[in-house]
Design a protein around this ligand. Structure first.
Ligand code: FAD
Ligand code: NAI
Length: 465
């Protein structure tokens, strides 16, 4: 007799393992199926966490290398890439242990192997040793995540042409690196290697970098990153790739003109796509949409008892979105409320300065025909930013012109990833710009720029004219 579970979760990324934990908290008999050797998925093993560890280390290096104005001089400043990578691996290792402990202590059964549907309510788990077992579940949750998109004319070989997984594990600083796509991955990992001395050149299809961000943020970001030494070719489409012994040559097109670029490495970061390979969706008659995503309504797929969460479903491909999906599905399975609302999912790019946003951009609000008021506050007028040499950036609050309700925010600032949380909190409870502007922020903090931007919505900012 196969084991029967209340919930079987396929995939242990932030969607899957969080869902498993919430299921177990709710008293459901839960199994977690994972094909990779470690729990934690893309985010913990090759995504959010290792990239942030590298961003932090290289930020320290960059600060040390530019300490003269503060009277700090470091002679013979060097980078030991091996140690840098070891520290990153240690961070990942510590968190892997943490997730493993959290899951095991809650008596969630971990099944190592690739999960696939073997009919209604049945999942076959094929282990690496060619053994397979079948488990049964009243509810099956697909949390299989996503993988990098490639281009038809270039293959990610993990050596010369890499995805983010290769770019978080280079053994030495490449002399030069071409980054295809100036989105979240490109900007973060481009920053990492640029700070360590690589000559980093971006080739971006769209006219702006960090697409989807507020227009003023994108413009300022490009200006700042150029000052940091990175080069950008926007409105440029990569059309071909040629591998040479020690370099890669890309051909591209801009305004009908052919361009070519050459570098030691190429980072291909043109997006990620949902991963459902080998899941046997046909066994249960479940179809994906034109983008390969599993359509869901409040986490429930078209097939009864089958749910899907995280990157494999529509919505932002972000760890915190996957987590919230996971919690909401667990709640629904247990007959409790669980809500899915992606209008207040914060988005952060962890460059220096960081780029953070939530809700509508000014442009999107206008395109929707909304009457809005906008308040902006520049960091050059913020005491803490001046004290810590971080005056590049601003905070912007977009509010409804009649109700004053906050519709969105865009921040480009050191620490923007932390600052955005207070705006999300206000929006969650339907807060107004006035509410945010009259919330006391500690002084001196860069967060005060958010309060001032909220005050600026009604032209009441204190520290700007
Ligand atoms: P995943 O984390 O992809 O997990 C899916 C899991 O399912 C994997 O472990 C996989 O092995 C397993 N699996 C797949 N198929 C099967 C199967 N058939 N059987 C068993 N197991 C299976 N997001 C942020 O919010 N903040 C960040 O700072 C951030 N940084 C990122 C940096 C990089 C370089 C990358 C690549 C991504 C980053 N992301 C970030 C995105 C984030 O990693 C994803 O949104 C998140 O991991 C999605 O979670 P998930 O649970 O849906 O899927
Ligand atoms: P992305 O969607 O953020 O950016 C891809 C960029 O590539 C876009 O600007 C696009 O215009 C460009 N592009 C597409 N095709 C191109 C071509 N042929 N030539 C030139 N440019 C081209 O995707 P990215 O950076 O790969 O990241 C994937 C996902 O991972 C993100 O959407 C995000 O959800 C997640 N992520 C989140 C992070 C965070 O939250 N800090 C960090 C890294 C990844």
């Amino acid at each position: 007799m196969p084991d029967t579970f209340d919930a079987i979760i396929i995939g242990s990324g932030p969607g899957g393992y969080v869902c498993a934990i919430r299921c177990a908290q709710l008293g459901l008999k839960t199994a977690l199926v994972e094909k990779d050797p470690y729990l934690g998925g893309t985010c913990l093993n090759v995504g959010c966490i290792p990239s942030k560890a590298l961003l932090h280390s290289t930020h320290l290096y960059h600060q040390a290398a530019h300490g003269e104005a503060h009277g700090l001089q470091f002679k013979d400043l060097k980078v030991d890439v091996k140690r840098l990578m070891e520290r990153k691996d240690k961070v990942v290792g510590q968190l892997r242990k943490g997730v493993q402990t959290l899951v095991s202590k809650r008596k969630i059964e971990i099944h190592e192997g690739t999960g696939s549907f073997a009919g209604k309510g049945k999942v076959t788990v094929a282990g690496s040793d060619d053994k397979s077992t079948t488990i049964e579940g009243k509810n099956i949750i697909i949390a299989t995540g996503s993988v990098p998109v490639s281009l038809p004319f270039m293959k990610i070989d993990g050596k010369q042409v890499v995805s983010s997984t290769g770019a978080i594990a280079f053994g030495k600083v490449p002399k030069s690196m071409l980054v295809i796509g100036a989105g979240a991955i490109g900007l973060e990992l481009g920053s990492v290697w640029s700070r360590l001395g690589s000559e980093v050149t971006f080739v971006e299809f769209l006219p702006t970098i960090a697409a989807g961000s507020d227009d003023d943020v994108s413009k300022m970001a490009e200006r700042i990153f150029k000052k940091q030494g990175m080069t950008f070719h926007t409105s440029t489409k990569v059309t071909g790739c040629e591998l040479n012994k020690d370099s890669v040559k890309l051909t591209a097109e801009r305004d009908g003109k052919e361009l070519s670029f050459e570098a030691e490495k190429v980072l291909l970061s043109v997006g990620r796509k949902p991963y459902t390979e080998g899941l046997g969706l046909d066994q249960i008659g479940l179809k994906t949409d034109d983008k390969g995503r599993i359509p869901v309504k409040n986490g429930q797929t078209e097939v009864e008892g089958v749910w899907a969460i995280g990157d494999v479903t529509p919505g932002p491909m972000l760890a915190h979105k996957a987590e919230e999906d996971g919690v909401a599905v667990a709640q629904r399975i247990a007959g409790k409320p669980g809500h899915f609302d992606y209008s207040r999912v914060p988005n952060v790019i962890y460059t220096d300065p960081e780029i953070a946003s939530v809700g509508l951009t000014e442009k999107a609000a206008k395109e929707q025909g909304r009457e809005i008021k906008v308040g902006t506050f520049p960091l050059v007028a913020n005491g803490r930013a001046i004290a810590q040499d971080a005056t590049d950036g601003f905070a912007k609050i977009i509010a409804d012109a009649k109700t004053d309700r906050i519709l969105g925010a865009a921040i480009i600032a050191a620490g923007a990833s932390e600052m955005i949380a207070s705006v999300v909190g206000h929006m969650e409870y339907g807060g107004s710009a006035e509410d945010l502007g009259s919330t006391i922020h500690a002084h001196p903090t860069i967060s005060e720029a958010v309060k001032e931007a909220a005050l600026a919505v009604d032209k009441k900012a204190i520290h700007s004219l």
